[in-house]
Design a protein around this ligand. Structure first.
Ligand SMILES: Nc1ncnc2c1ncn2[C@@H]1O[C@H](COP(=O)(O)OP(=O)(O)O)[C@@H](O)[C@H]1O
Ligand SMILES: [Mg+2]
Length: 254
């Protein structure tokens, strides 16, 4: 069962709402239209076009939870601390409240690996910095292997885990390995995951809730109705048709 059941945007604290909606993040339709969002599955996916607001919301949830951001020594928590930041306007409803968890941002995982390397150079920390990562630097593996090592070893605590595009360095086979890790943690009642993803493999996770971000807001969508599923399937079945379309001369040019 999920721990975080619902988030609500407290608009009463938005102040001069009209002015605010012109600025980030309220200029994003999915954020502007956000009222309340229920989490009713152990695994929730955020899907939608680039720029539709997935990372923005995921990060705000992470900041609201007080999580550290895996992806750099400067915790993003310090970034936006005015009273009306999105994170401050979110009300989170838990049953039960858990304090474990983190926000994982694939984009900046290298910075995180650098940080662990620097910790390991600190005489007071030493190689114990590598203890949670099978005893060696996360850089001494491929990017994808580093991701998997991280997930295998850092999901032990009961918690809410926010993952932003975790598939980005993973081969299809390792996306399945990640799916297995999510399943182990979720079915043991140890973890709730909210995952922003573009991976048609990952979002197939059984009984997951998929939330689509678009101009209309944020709404549940069936797996088979996602663009990721439909386009990938159609492309794999009809490659030549796509190539004819993609590589044709621009008709208007001649
Ligand atoms: N710190 C920021 N300041 C201003 N605009 C931002 C900032 N971060 C993201 N944006 C903009 O907000 C929109 C949504 O971004 P993001 O949440 O990262 O989308 P997604 O994760 O769905 O691709 C994008 O148009 C992006 O350019
Ligand atoms: Mg993003």
């Amino acid at each position: 069962m999920p721990f975080l059941r619902r988030i609500e945007l407290d608009r009463t604290r938005l102040g001069d709402g009209e002015a605010r909606v012109r600025d980030y993040p309220f200029d994003i339709p999915a954020i502007r239209r956000l009222d309340r969002l229920a989490f009713d599955a152990d695994v929730t996916f955020f899907v939608g076009a680039n720029g539709s607001g997935k990372s923005t919301l995921l990060e705000a949830i992470g900041v609201s939870c007080g999580f550290s951001i895996v992806g750099g020594r400067d915790l993003v928590i310090a970034k936006e601390k005015d009273d009306t930041s999105l994170a401050d306007l979110l009300r989170l409803s838990w049953t039960p409240k858990v304090s474990g968890g983190f926000f994982f941002r694939a984009e900046t995982f290298d910075t995180f690996a650098d940080y662990i390397d620097e910790l390991a150079k600190d005489p007071f920390v030493g190689t114990s910095a590598y203890a949670p990562y099978e005893g060696r630097s996360l850089h001494e593996r491929s990017h994808g292997q580093g991701f998997l090592t991280f997930f295998r070893n850092r999901l032990g605590r009961k918690g809410l885990y926010l993952l932003d595009e975790p598939e980005s360095a993973l081969s299809p086979q390792n996306q399945l390995a990640l799916m297995r890790i999510l399943w182990e943690q979720a079915s043991a009642g140890q973890a709730q995951f909210i995952v922003a993803t573009h991976s048609p493999i990952l979002m197939a996770y059984p009984n997951a809730r998929i939330l689509q971000f678009d101009e209309e807001g944020i709404a549940p969508v069936a797996y088979e109705d996602t663009e990721h599923y439909r386009l990938t399937k159609d492309f794999l079945n009809n490659r030549e048709r796509y190539f004819r379309m993609l590589f044709s001369e621009d008709e208007e040019a001649d």
